[in-house]
Design a protein around this ligand. Structure first.
Ligand SMILES: Cc1cc2nc3c(=O)[nH]c(=O)nc-3n(C[C@H](O)[C@H](O)[C@H](O)COP(=O)(O)O)c2cc1C
Length: 138
């Protein structure tokens, strides 16, 4: 059974940009190896992640992520079973929205979201809008 989990969280105060990049890189490699799809955004102290994958695998990954001390104040947005669709071949992509972020990339990220399972696509688009609002204005 395919499963989807999404949450927002705040980065721990002690984390440098390089350490945040390490989280993004590690996650991308592990997820691609384990056929987990989705996105991870970092923006001004906050993470936003969507994960889609095998239910058992995702539940155990999410318990590791929840206990990770590199972030805190984790709020789960949704956790649910999703049907198999052609979009499930999409590979993970992680987006870093820090000082190195290029505003022009936002359109690309929205188009990547279209590759996510349609059942979760609209809520994810809504949150991504909120998440990038400040950046789009600047
Ligand atoms: C915001 C955030 C997102 C993460 N996302 C993932 C992820 O998608 N996949 C992954 O394998 N690890 C992710 N991690 C790392 C895990 O929390 C954990 O360090 C990793 O699964 C290794 O676990 P272990 O040290 O218990 O073996 C994330 C960590 C943070 C702080």
């Amino acid at each position: 059974m395919r499963y989807a989990i999404s949450y927002v969280s705040s980065v721990s105060h002690t984390l440098s940009n390089d350490q945040i990049q390490e989280v993004l890189d590690y996650s991308r490699n592990w997820n691609i190896e384990h056929n987990i799809t989705g996105i991870l955004l970092y923006s001004e102290g906050n993470f936003f992640q969507v994960l889609e994958g095998d239910k058992d695998l995702l539940q155990s990954l999410f318990s590791r992520i929840s206990m990770d001390e590199r972030h805190r104040n984790l709020i789960t947005l949704f956790r649910k079973e999703v049907s198999e669709t052609k979009f499930n071949t999409y590979k993970s992509d992680f987006i870093s929205l820090d000082s190195r972020f290029q505003g022009k990339n936002i359109a690309l990220y929205f188009s990547q979201i279209e590759k996510l399972n349609p059942e979760i696509q609209s809520s994810v688009r809504y949150i991504l809008n909120k998440f990038t609002e400040g950046i789009k204005l600047s």
